[in-house]
Structure formats: C-alpha cells, structure tokens
Ligand binder design. Sequence first.
Ligand SMILES: Cc1cc2nc3c(=O)[nH]c(=O)nc-3n(C[C@H](O)[C@H](O)[C@H](O)COP(=O)(O)OP(=O)(O)OC[C@H]3O[C@@H](n4cnc5c(N)ncnc54)[C@H](O)[C@@H]3O)c2cc1C
Length: 450
Amino acid sequence: MTDFTGLAVAGRVATPSDADWDEARAAWNLIADQQPEAVVFAEGTDDVVAAVRFAAENGLRVAGQGTGHGAAPLGPLAGAILVKTERMRGVEVDPGAGTARVEAGALSAELGEAANAHGLCFLPGSSPDVGVTGYTLGGGMSWFLRKHGFACNHVRAIELVTAAGEARTLDAGSDPDLFWALRGGGGGYAIVTALQVELLPYAEAYGGALLFPAELGAEAVRAYRDWATAAPEEATTCIRFITPPPIPDVPEPLRGTPLLTIDGAIAGDAAAGEELIAPLRALGEPIMDSFAQMPTAGLSRIHMDPENPVPAIGEGMLIGELSDEAIDAWVAATGPGSGSPLLLSEMRHLGGAAGRPAEGAGALSHLDAGFGMYSVGMPMTPELGEAIPRHLDALHEAMRPWAAGQYFNFTERPTGIDSILPAEVCERLAEVKRAYDPDGRIVANHGVGA
Ligand SMILES: Cc1cc2nc3c(=O)[nH]c(=O)nc-3n(C[C@H](O)[C@H](O)[C@H](O)COP(=O)(O)OP(=O)(O)OC[C@H]3O[C@@H](n4cnc5c(N)ncnc54)[C@H](O)[C@@H]3O)c2cc1C
C-alpha cells in the first residue's frame, strides 16, 4: 500500500481509509466500480503536477477525469491515482478573439452559458453536464456537427501536465504531434488542465424535440431518413426509440411511454427552422413539440439527457447507409413490440462537415458514415444488468451488415484505440505515446495498446 502522506496538494487526497471513499471514487456512470489507489481532487495545475510526480516516484499510473460520464471503458484503475478535475471549473470568454479558456473540469452547460452571454457558443453535445474536456478529447459530436465538424478541431491550445510532471501550454506550432493526438485520440497522452477553444457566432438556433408514439415505427424512420438525407448542413438531428424511465428527471406523464423522438438543431433563424422542420411535424400527432428559436446555451438540454449520476450500459456503432433493410433490422430490435430492455437506441445524422477531412485536424478528422447509432440501458435490477448487454450484442449483430466502424465517445466497452480509429492514425498515436509517455504513466479509456 502506498503511503500518500507525502502527496501535498491544495485540494484533497482521498484514500481507501477515508470514511467517504466510496463517494470520492464514484463516477457519473454509477456502473463504473473505480478502485484507484487514491483520488486527488485537484484545485489547479500545481496539484496535477504534484500528483503526476508522486505517481512517477511511486511506480503508479495517473488517470484524468472530469465527471466520469466516460468511466465505463476506463477500467478498474488498480495501481493508479485518479485525478479528478471537478474543482477546476473556470471559464473565461474573450469575446474580441472569439475564444474561451476552459479549465479541465468545466461542464458543457457552464461553457454554453458563459459563451452565450457574449452572443457566442461552443459546440454543445446532448448533455449539459458532460465535461468539455473529455467530450472534446474524444471528438465532440454536437448539434452543429454537420455544419462545423467535430469539437476537437476547434481547439486552439491545450494546457497540460506531461507524463514527466511538467506543466506546459502547447499548440499546433509548438508540439504538433501531441497537439494532434489529444484532439480526437482521447486523454491517454497527458493530463489536461485547460483548453483554449474557438467560439462560434451563434447567439440562438432553432432547436428542440418532437415526441411521437413509438408505434409510428419503420415508416416514420424511413420518412425521417429521406428528410435527413436531403437536409442542408445547417441541420443536425437525431431519431430514437426511447422509453423514459421513472426517474425525477423525466416529466411524470412520459414515464414508461414508448416514444419515437426526433430532435436536433438548425443553425439559422426561426423562419428557416420552421420551414425545414415542417415535414417532420407532419409525421404524426406529436405528444410534445419543443422546437423553437432558443439561446444556444439551451441546446444541450433538448435531448433531455439525465443530469444526475445514473447506472448506464451503452455502446455505439457507426452505420454506413441507413437503407430500408437497415431500418427494418433496427426497428425490429429496438422499436415497438421488440421487447427491448434498453432505455433508448438512437441514430444521429452525420455527414456534411463531419464527413469531410477537417483542415488542420487532430486525430479525429471526420467519419465516413451516414449515421451514428448509440444505444443504452439503465440496469436498475440484476435482471436488467444481464438483459441489457445481451440485447446490445443482439442489436449490434443485427446491424452488423451496415456497420461502418466506431466513434470514440460512444464506444463504452473497454477497447483499445485500434478498434476505433484508422490504422495509420493509431500508428501515429503509438509514436506520440512512446515519445511523450514512454513509461505508460497516463491511463485513459481506449488507450494505445489497451
Ligand atoms: C448522457 C451522455 C450524453 C452524451 N452526449 C454526447 C454527445 O452529444 N456528443 C459526444 O460526442 N459525446 C457524448 N457523450 C459521450 C461523452 O462525450 C464521453 O463520455 C466523454 O468521455 C465524457 O467526458 P467527461 O469529461 O464528462 O467524462 P470523463 O469520464 O470525466 O472523461 C472521459 C475520459 O476523458 C479523458 N479525460 C477527461 N478529463 C481529462 C483530463 N483532464 N486530462 C486527460 N484526459 C482527460 C480521460 O481519458 C477520461 O477517461 C455523452 C455521454 C453521456 C453519458
């Protein structure tokens, strides 16, 4: 057992002998049973430096974590110090430069609100309490994805602590390889302390959700697919089958009701949004229709993702062409009458800027796929804990003929990077790992050689 009394930080070092150890080691995803040697709650860069140096002196590894939304694929963390950045929440917007400096623990909604106060926004994903850092290091699929590509390619500079315990700020000019790796290749190369990101000039967008009865089924999915395929890049949308659970985050009348939802955002004004969305509104009698012109800070809430920790078992798969046969297979496995134990299965529309190589891109440049499927269940009972992974396997098997790879942030089973990014990208990531972390000090989900 390592003696952590020599690890001095301004924040806190929690160890298994602390009364609140279970709380200290917990992640947002309650399914993750993290068992590190210690948890450092860092107050700033100096604390991260101290943790990494202490790890090096004591033969330990180090993992960075903002919220634990991505904790499921991280593994049990034996022999590691978990550096939690949840106390490092500063967001400074420079409206003149159109950038923001975001500390490693800041949440999507916090950056959204700070940027929106200046008529700007970053690239918000579907959850307000996902960490900006983890989301961006893994790519970052937002409601402006088809117009502006992945969030990782809108990073200007990265402040970090290297595996050798040195605090640095780097950009494309200073350290092109490490800067490249961290933008889409995940956090396995250093511990990030802050990101400097570009903001986009959207104070508002037309966004929301249409909730229909799930019984609309395959015919409605086909109509959506045709609509999405013809839609301009300003529109980034998602269709899903969902049965909202009986939790406080869900409005009472919707709990337990099987739904077909279409949600997303149009980068434009209300008139353009209304016109574009009209055919979707005509698909049936919506149970709820929240599409409206809204401040961009509101976009991370249109998907109604849970804002409190929950147990979740999920997995993603990229889909090449969403053909009629693919839709039939998907609806049979997750739609009405399927008996699916999943909370939801969704298809996020890709293409546009997300399908073209981005200029000056990081490790994730673009994705060659038409849709991103993501499915998840909440194992509230031991029976569900067994049924959910079984059903995810069956769904993925059924969709295999249309599979087109993986997306980092939606790969929730512990796999190495090789099964997510192209071979030539993985080779370059392995070189970066050898150059910047030769002892394998930094541990991350989907790491090199993991
Ligand atoms: C409800 C929900 C909604 C989601 N919606 C979207 C979405 O719309 N678009 C999308 O692209 N993804 C989405 N995701 C996936 C999400 O982006 C990933 O789970 C991401 O890893 C979360 O980042 P985090 O910092 O919150 O999580 P964490 O678990 O804290 O971090 C995930 C990983 O990022 C790395 N990391 C985090 N902080 C640091 C650091 N300081 N230094 C080095 N590495 C670090 C580590 O490898 C860590 O294991 C969603 C996930 C959930 C659960």
